[in-house]
Design a protein around this ligand. Structure first.
Ligand SMILES: *Cc1c(COP(=O)(O)O)cnc(C)c1O
Length: 427
């Protein structure tokens, strides 16, 4: 049986580092900035991208490379690039194909950090952004496109509003305008959703969340499906005209269907330097080894807690795509049939003050900014991760001022439910 046909659980463990005879069974940490070559000529050809090989850890490293191969296999892509944080993955994924005087379209319901990156930093760089409601009618979505639009961006399951993106529809619309769809798949992880199977062209993650899973290492990743035809139009000159910094190399000619991901590395990672440390790549690999087991437990725990919350009289509303009452239940059945994630949002009676009291009453769940790791945690986005947004922006991101984001861990479900029950009872 070829590796390609392995179930995703097997791939979590076996893909990436494949030891040869007498080599370490476990991925080694190659903690070295640089690599030795016997001739200046070999090093020169590496620099010119004529031959592949590691020479400086900013560009590539064997430990990091093994984890890139693992994630590419999990998502079904032709290649991947690890970054120092999820933010860097989003930035590089966009800058690889959008420049000054270009335009991008993004879902309005996205992570607060990505919203700031697009709405402030990209605008300052001269890249125009249109935010769209993912549930808008198709003609409204089509109307957002301009001649200089270079990409469409959305989250498969949005943080923290838990909206489910209709990936097939967004891919179809993006492709009809000749641009790729980039999907941030952080919350479902490739265990619960593989956007490339539904037509997404590029997938990114904050690996700081479930992929690492232990809240030990920040990181991000970009995965290239290898399916988008960059040469079909003149929209992407960076990929199909000569790059003078590499003696006139043309990415689509030299690297074929890995053109996009190669340019992310050899152009943007070279220039920006947001690369992960080998140690963090190792920690990420350790996390992914058990991703399939952890996601199953996150989802079953979250389903149980969401069902409990629906019965508690102190709870105003509960939003979890696995609940029949969810507006996104049907889409979740299609795209997230094994479960969505461990994240639930809800609100308690009594508004913001009651929300704070509820959070302070919790004994097991901790108030932390982080989300999506194995310890149960809770957060109030309107006063933390999304505090830069005004009320209108919050509304379009799908966040009400009273929304509580609850990240269900992999402790025993009875203990998590009991903690929430007592915190609600003492309101
Ligand atoms: C956390 C997060 C990010 C940003 O990732 P960092 O690793 O914190 O830089 C991007 N997208 C989503 C959906 C996230 O949850």
């Amino acid at each position: 049986m070829s590796r390609h046909n392995w179930k995703i659980d097997t791939k979590c463990i076996q893909e990436g580092w494949v030891p040869g005879n007498g080599e370490p069974r476990v991925l080694p940490i190659i903690q070295s900035t640089t690599f030795k070559y016997d001739s200046a000529q070999t090093l020169g050809s590496l620099f010119d991208l004529e031959v592949a090989g590691d020479f400086y850890t900013r560009l590539s490293n064997p430990t990091t490379g093994a984890v890139e191969a693992k994630i590419a296999a999990l998502e079904g892509g032709v290649g991947a690039l690890l970054t120092s944080a999820g933010q860097a993955a989003a930035l590089i994924a966009v800058l690889n194909i959008a420049h000054k005087n270009d335009h991008i379209i993004s879902a309005s319901s996205i992570y607060g950090g990505t919203y700031n990156l697009f709405n402030k930093t990209l605008r300052e760089m001269g890249i125009d952004v249109t935010f769209v409601d993912i549930d808008s009618p198709e003609d409204e979505l089509n109307a957002a496109f301009k001649p200089n639009t270079k990409l469409v961006f959305g989250e498969s399951l949005s943080n923290p509003s838990l909206r489910v993106l209709d990936i097939e529809k967004f891919a179809r619309i993006s492709h009809s305008h000749g641009v790729p769809l980039i999907v941030d798949n952080t919350f479902p992880t490739p265990i619960n959703c593989r956007p490339i199977e539904y037509g997404a062209d590029i997938v990114i993650h904050s690996t700081s969340k479930y992929l690492d899973g232990h809240a030990t290492a920040l990181g991000g990743v970009i995965v290239d499906s290898g399916r988008f035809d960059w040469s079909a139009s003149d929209k992407f000159p960076g990929l199909n005209t000569p790059d003078e910094t590499y003696h006139g190399l043309v990415y689509t000619e030299q690297f074929g269907n890995a053109a996009y991901i190669t340019k992310c590395r050899t152009h943007l990672m070279r220039d920006i330097g947001a690369s992960p440390s080998p140690m963090n790549s190792f920690l990420l690999s350790q996390g992914i080894d058990t991703l399939h087991l952890r996601m199953e437990r996150h989802c079953s725990n979250a389903q149980k807690l969401a069902e409990y919350l629906e019965t508690d009289k102190n709870v105003l509303w509960v939003n979890y795509p696995g609940l029949k009452s969810s507006k996104y239940f049907k889409l979740a059945q299609k795209y997230l049939s094994h479960g969505s994630s461990g994240v639930i949002s809800f609100s308690v009676k009594g508004g913001r003050q009651a929300a704070s009291r509820f959070m302070e009453n919790l004994k097991l769940a901790a108030i932390v900014v982080h989300v999506a790791d194995l310890r149960t945690s809770v957060l109030h986005p309107a006063s933390t991760t999304h505090r830069q947004m005004n009320d209108e922006q919050l509304k379009s991101a799908g966040i009400s001022p009273d929304l509580i984001r609850f990240s269900v861990g992999i402790e025993h479900p009875d203990d998590i439910i009991e903690d929430v029950r007592q915190a609600l009872a003492s309101l």
